[in-house]
Structures are given as structure tokens and as C-alpha cells.
Design a protein around this ligand. Structure first.
Ligand code: BG6
Length: 497
């Protein structure tokens, strides 16, 4: 079904709008989710004309890379004609009057029924100002819906996140606020619930009796790129752990919701995060390790401290590994090891669920020099770049004796299947249009996640790290491996082996 709405994009000349928002809106248009009843106002300080704006939007679609020819079509031109540009200073109340006039005009022209989506593709320090002006200058409509989409970073810690939240919640109710975490727009992340609660063989084993540990790896091969300014204030803990990793961990540890919908899922996620053990500073020091990349073995890649815009003595973490412990009843005490880092060996996002050993091994007497012997069953969920699953099983392996060796049941999405999957932003914008909050982070999730990481930050800020402590192209510092070996375990995913 097509949706009617006016999008007002703050930061309309910015990188996010260009790379993600305009191409995603176009895909929704191509697929018929947006038809004639929509309009977009792009705002920013620069004085652009509508014509120039149209050109930018068409370039954004072309640069999106799927098919440059798409921009030369009647459809693309028609799409771009729904875009309007309004030069705007977010601090100036008067400017919102102009914005309201244009919004009302477009509402009438495109018959939008007062439905409005305000997308704040800007630094969070502007969130409070913009949302209060939107309310005070009467941009919020009475007849339609008013939805606010905001991007991370949502604060630097619990305190600043709360201030930020208070500043927007004066104008928008929680059910009108859509906090984007683009990992929640990824197909394989959304599939975690289907895997866990749609399969008897998985759900009956997904508990503390059968799972030994869960491992979550978000490894990146790129370095900090051009984002040193932001990254120096964030580091991997704030950039990846507080949001993406905590969201993934919540989906892996939730109890079963009665129904799969936004409110039931949210309640279970909040509960799961509340039931992740909140460490003391000493516990955080023991259970979390940090790293910062140095040069690679051949010295062809710069160390973090030599990257453009970083501090030569920077103490910022480009790698984090740690152990979280769930106290949700079903997984009580099960450790969830997490790690993420830049300049690691391979861009890979995957989850490994390691099942417990059998109580007895009836094959241990079988003498066969080739036998590997019983291995842990492991369910691997591939998120990116591959998508799919592998299940490691023990089996008898074709010879005269009784040789136990592991095999892998393997399912991967084909390139054709992957090409059909909507991009995370396309999906999340569509969800916001439909008012579906299933794949957005609730304030209670965000706030708990901050509390969990604040104590780790506090532990680290109390002493200087000995950086750099891992080579570019490795899988992080030795301490990240020791976290597991100290517990008698190993990281399942090791591209260097
Ligand atoms: C972003 C971080 O949220 O996620 C980036 O700010 C990181 O630093 C990116 O590179 C990773 O996302 P993806 O989808 O490429 O795994």
C-alpha cells in the first residue's frame, strides 16, 4: 500500500541524505510504496534552488550505484519533482514560519492529510532546538501523524543521552520518536527472532542447559577513514557497542514474546538488557579489553595515531572485546562474548552460538588415528557480507573404522536473493512511514545500553592504555583471545587460522 506523507529533512545537503535517504526514498518510489502523494522538503543553511536540489537528488540516485541509467528516466525526473528546498537556520524561529508555510502548501498540493516525517540528519546538539521549534511554530499537525526520526550518536553517556532525550520528548511523545540503529534494518538481524522462535529445534535448545556461550563479532577491515573528528570523541565502545552490539545481544537473549510485534518485542528487549549484568568498575576491567590499531606487518597501513585528524597520543579505542552475562531466566549465566574493531583481518559480521558438550562420549574408545573426535555443535549466523547459517554437526566420516568428524550444514543467500533485499535505510524509512516501531530503539533500551557501557568507559578512563596494541590486519590484541582462553574457550571465528 502506498503511504502519504511530507518528509522534512534537516541536513538536506549532507552526506547521509545524499548517500542513504534520497536513494532509499527513490527505491520506495520505484516499488510503489510512495506514489503521487508525497513530498520532500530538504533544509540546510546553504541557499540552493529547487532545480539544483533536483539535480543533487538525481545524482544521489545515480551514485547509489545500482544502475546509473535509472536517473535518465521519466520516473526519476517525476520523483525528483516532489523535492523542494528551503534554506533554513535551525536556531532562527522565524525560519520555521517559512517552513510551515511551505509544508502547508505541499500538504494541500499533494493531499498529504497532515502526515509528517521529520528526519534530523544533523548533529545531535540540534535535536532539542529543532524539535521544540517544530512544536512552538505549529508545524506539528492535528489531523495526521507526526514522526521524528533521529540518528546516532544519541549522547556520549547516560547523562548526555538523557538530556538529549528530555530535549526531544518535550515536543514528541515516545511513540512518535524513531531512533535509527541501521543494524536493526539488516535482514539477518531481523531474522534472529524468526530463527529463534520459528523453529522448534532451535527454540528448544536455546537455553542455559544447552548453550555454552554466544559470540558476536562485528569486524571491520577499514580504518577510521575521514571521520577522525567524530571518532576521537566516540571510539569503538560508543560507536558500535552501545548501539549495534547491545541491540544484537538483546535479540539473542530475549525471552519469547507472546506475539511478534513492536510493543511485545520492545518489552522483551528492555527486559533482556536490564538482565545483562551491570558490572562494577573492577568487573568491567576484568571482563572488557580495548585496543587501538598500529601499522600492519608490512607497514603499508598507518597506525590510528598517524591517521589524518587523530591525536598523536590518542587513547581512543578502535577495538573492544568483552564478556556480557545474561541473567534472563532462559539463559541465566550464559556468557555472550562480543568484539568489534577497525582494521581487522576481514570485514565480517557473524554470530556463533556454541552448544554444550554431550555429557558422555560413547565414541572415545574407538581407535582411529584420523578421528578428530566430538566437536562442539556451533550454529553460525552470517550477517555480512555473507548471509545465512552454518550448523556444525558430528558425523561418521566415510572409512572402514568409526571415524567421528564434523560436517557443516550450510545455507547461504545467493547473490540474486541478496540483491532483492532492501537496504537497511530503505526498510527503516518504510517502517517509519507505516508507523511500525519494531526495528527502532526505545529510550529504555538506549538508556540501559548507556549504563552498561558507561562503567566500562569509567574503568578505562581511570588508567592510560598502552596503545597501539594490535597490528592492522590482525584480529585485535592478544588480550581479546585471552578473555576466552581464560574461560577455557576460543573465538570460533578466526579468519587468520
Ligand atoms: C556505524 C559506525 O554505525 O556502523 C561506523 O559509525 C561503522 O564506524 C558502521 O563503520 C558499520 O556498519 P556496517 O553496516 O558497515 O557494518
Amino acid at each position: 500500500m502506498d503511504q502519504r506523507a511530507l518528509f522534512i529533512i534537516f541536513g538536506g545537503t549532507g552526506d547521509l541524505a545524499y548517500r542513504k535517504l534520497y536513494p532509499s526514498l527513490f527505491r520506495l518510489y520505484e516499488k510503489g510504496y510512495l506514489k503521487e502523494n508525497f513530498a520532500v522538503i530538504g533544509t540546510a543553511r546553504r541557499p540552493w534552488s529547487d532545480d539544483h536540489f533536483h539535480e543533487v537528488v538525481l545524482n544521489a540516485i545515480a551514485d547509489d550505484g545500482r544502475d546509473v541509467e535509472r536517473t535518465n528516466t521519466e520516473m526519476a525526473r517525476k520523483f525528483a519533482s516532489h523535492f523542494y528546498y528551503q534554506s533554513h537556520n535551525v536556531d532562527d524561529a522565524e525560519h520555521y514560519v517559512n517552513l510551515k508555510n511551505l509544508a502547508d502548501k505541499l500538504d494541500a498540493k499533494y493531499e498529504l492529510n497532515g502526515n509528517r516525517v521529520y528526519y534530523l540528519a544533523m548533529a545531535p546538539r540540534f535535536f532539542g532546538t529543532i524539535s521544540s521549534h517544530l512544536k512552538d511554530q505549529n508545524l506539528l499537525t492535528e489531523n495526521g501523524f507526526n514522526r521524528l526520526i533521529i540518528e546516532k550518536p544519541f549522547g556520549r553517556d547516560y547523562k548526555t543521552a538523557k538530556e538529549l532525550n528530555d530535549s526531544v520528548s518535550g515536543s514528541f511523545a515516545e511513540d512518535q520518536i524513531f531512533r535509527i540503529d541501521h543494524y536493526l534494518g539488516k535482514e539477518p538481524i531481523q531474522s534472529i527472532a524468526a530463527l529463534r522462535f520459528g523453529n522448534q529445534i532451535i527454540s528448544s535448545l536455546w537455553n542455559k542447559e544447552h548453550i555454552d556461550n554466544i559470540q558476536v563479532t562485528l569486524a571491520e577491515s577499514l580504518g577510521v577513514e575521514e571521520r577522525a573528528g567524530y571518532y576521537e570523541t566516540a571510539g569503538a565502545l560508543r560507536d558500535m557497542v552501545q548501539n549495534h552490539i547491545m541491540q544484537i545481544v538483546s535479540l539473542l537473549t530475549i525471552e519469547k514474546p507472546d506475539v511478534y510485534d513492536a510493543s511485545h518485542l520492545r518489552d522483551k528487549k528492555v527486559e533482556a538488557l536490564n538482565n545483562i549484568q551491570l558490572y562494577s568498575v573492577d568487573e568491567a576491567k576484568k571482563n572488557f579489553v580495548r585496543g587501538q590499531y598500529g601499522e600492519d606487518a608490512n607497514q603499508t597501513q598507518a597506525s590510528y595515531r598517524d591517521e589524518e585528524g587523530t591525536d598523536e597520543h590518542s587513547q581512543i579505542d578502535t577495538f573492544v572485546a568483552g564478556k556480557l552475562i545474561s541473567h534472563n531466566p532462559t539463559l541465566e549465566g550464559v556468557p555472550v562474548y562480543v568484539r568489534t574493531g577497525k582494521r581487522l583481518a576481514k570485514k565480517t559480521t557473524q554470530i556463533n552460538v556454541v552448544f554444550k558438550n554431550l555429557d558422555t562420549d560413547i565414541f572415545h574408545n574407538v581407535e582411529d588415528s584420523d578421528a578428530i573426535g566430538l566437536q562442539d555443535n556451533v550454529l553460525t549466523i552470517y550477517i555480512e557480507p555473507e548471509m545465512g547459517y552454518t550448523l556444525k554437526l558430528n558425523t561418521k566420516y566415510g572409512n572402514q573404522g568409526y571415524n567421528i568428524n564434523p560436517v557443516h550444514l550450510r545455507y547461504r543467500k545467493t547473490p540474486e536473493e541478496k540483491a532483492k533485499i532492501p537496504d537497511a535505510y530503505e526498510r527503516l524509512i518504510h517502517d517509519a512511514l507505516r508507523g511500525d516501531k519494531t526495528n527502532f530503539a526505545h529510550w529504555h533500551e538506549v538508556s540501559r545500553a548507556w549504563k552498561l557501557v558507561d562503567v566500562i568507559r569509567e574503568a578505562w578512563d581511570s588508567e592510560d592504555a598502552n596503545f597501539p596494541n594490535y597490528e592492522s590486519g590482525s584480529m585485535g590484541p592478544k588480550a581479546a583471545d585471552e578473555l576466552l582462553t581464560n574461560d577455557g574457550r576460543n573465538w570460533v571465528f578466526n579468519p587468520l587460522k
